[in-house]
Design a protein around this ligand. Sequence first.
Ligand code: ZN
Ligand code: ZN
Length: 353
Amino acid sequence: MKKLLLLIVVLLAAAFAAFQVPAVQDRLVGAVMKRNMDNRDRQALFADDALRLLVCGSSSPFPSEDRARPCLAVIAGGKYYVVDTGPGSWNRMALLRMPGERIGAVLLTHFHSDHIGDLGEFDMQTWVAGRPGPLPVYGPQGVEKVVAGFNQAYGLDHGYRVAHHGAEMLKPESGVMKPITAGIGEGLQPLFTDGDLRVSIFAVSHAPIHPAVGYRFDYKGRSIVISGDTVKDARVIAASRGVDLLAHEAQNQDMVARLAATAGSLDRPRLRKIFHDIPDYHTSPVEAAEVANEAGVKLLLMYHLTPPPPKALERRFLAGVSDIRPRGVALARDGMLVELPLAGGEPVVSRLR
Ligand SMILES: [Zn+2]
Ligand SMILES: [Zn+2]
C-alpha cells in the first residue's frame, strides 16, 4: 500500500515537472488549438440520413454554469435552423464547433429577453464564418422591430469588420438580418419550405405575452415540434399529433414555490414576486408528459428548464412524470443531440463533445 502511494506521488511529481518543460507545453497548446478549431467531424451532422435536433441552450432565464438560455437547432437538408437565441447560446454553438456558415434561418418563438439575447451574435458570427447571404429571421408580429434593433446595435461593428478584413471576405450586403413576419391563424400554418423541409407555425398560450408561437418541422417523413413558452395548450397537442419528437418547455412548480419562499425568507421581495408570478404561464413536467401522451409523440424532450436542475436533481425535477409516461422522456442538456433516422426507427439520443 505504501509502495503504491509512493509510486503515485512520484508519477504526479514527474507529470508536474513535465508540464514545466516548454516543449511539452508547446505540444499541449498545439493539441488544444487543433481540438478547438477542427470542426471537420461536425460535417457528419449534415449527412442526409436523419432529421436532427441539437440543444444549444436548455435553461430558462435562470443563470446556470453549464446551460445556456433557450436555443434548439434543427438540422436538415445540409443546414441548421435555430429556434430562439437565448443569452449564451452562440457560445454553446461555438464550443460545440458548429459550422456557422451552414445556418439556414433563425426562428423566434416570442421576444422575452431569454429567447433573443444572442440574436446579434448569431448574425455576426455566422456572417464571419461565411454565411452567403442575409440571415432570415422568422417570427410573429414584432420580429421586424427586434431585428431592426439588433441590426442597428451591431451596425458599427459590421463596419469595423469590413474595414479590417475587407469587403471581399465579408460582403457587407450579407452581414445583416432580414425579418420575416409570420401571420398566425387557427392551427398549423405553413411558414416556409426549403427543399424537402417544411416548416409550420402555430400559436401557443403565454399570456400576457402576445403573440407567442411554436414551430413544427417535417422532413422526409420525420417530424419535430418545438413548443416555445406556453402553458399546457390543446394547440400544441394538435400540432404534435404523432410526431417523432416534441421539445416542450418545463417548469417544476414545487421548486418554484420553494424558491419564492426562500426569497421571502432572505428579504428579497422582488425575487419573491417574480417566483410567485411565473407559474401561471409555463407548463409543469407532468403537464408536458400529458401533452406528449395525448399527442402520441415518440419522444418528449423537456427544455427551457425552470429552474435548471443540477445533474443530481434531474430525477427530482421529473417527479411524477414516470407515473404517467414511463418511457419516451428525456431532459435536455446543452450539447444533447436527437437523431431521427430517415430509414425509420426510434429516436437516438447522444451528446456532442
Ligand atoms: Zn422563456
Ligand atoms: Zn417567455
